[in-house]
Design a protein around this ligand. Sequence first.
Ligand code: GRF
Length: 194
Amino acid sequence: MVKLIGKKKINVSVFISGRGSNLKSLINFSRKSSQIRIKLVISNNKNAKGLDFANKNNIKFKIINYKNKNLAENKILRYLKKNNVKLILLAGFMKILSKKFTDRFKNRILNIHPSLLPKYKGLETHKKVLKNKENYTGCTIHLVNSKLDSGKIILQKKIKVFKNDNEITLSKRLLKVENKLYPKAVKKYLETNL
Ligand code: GRF
């Protein structure tokens, strides 16, 4: 594992595709913390609402055309190198990174997933949780490897599923928890020799 902790701030890139509430909370964390600097936001979607947060906070962003995945990833890798990015935080990024990419940033990509992994990998987690009448669900921050939602778990937080919950109420309640947990997980990741 690459030891990232030191006196200097670590250059981070956050990858998004949409709303960007986790990006927002990571920006707030980076302002208070002496550990990370968000150098670059990557989005595959030019209409991602999260880009507004990057804009407002004077954070550079790049919109990547994903028609050709290989070319898109090569382009991203060039931007990351140019900006001396050492750590990638996936925050609602809806593209799956290739093995070539995850190998290049081995143990240096984190993701937030809205379930208690290893349960409910992939999409529509809340729908599946409700269908299976689970009493609890939650969110997970984990390392990213070449297998979907399968890398080492850094932090998880459990929440209760209420009888009258639907996908909207559940995802709303969990999102607040996610937004608090992601910065904590980044801190933990940086401070422990994972
Ligand atoms: C979150 O629920 C996250 O767990 C999932 O995608 C959603 C992103 O939300 N991977 P936001 O764009 O950060 O608001």
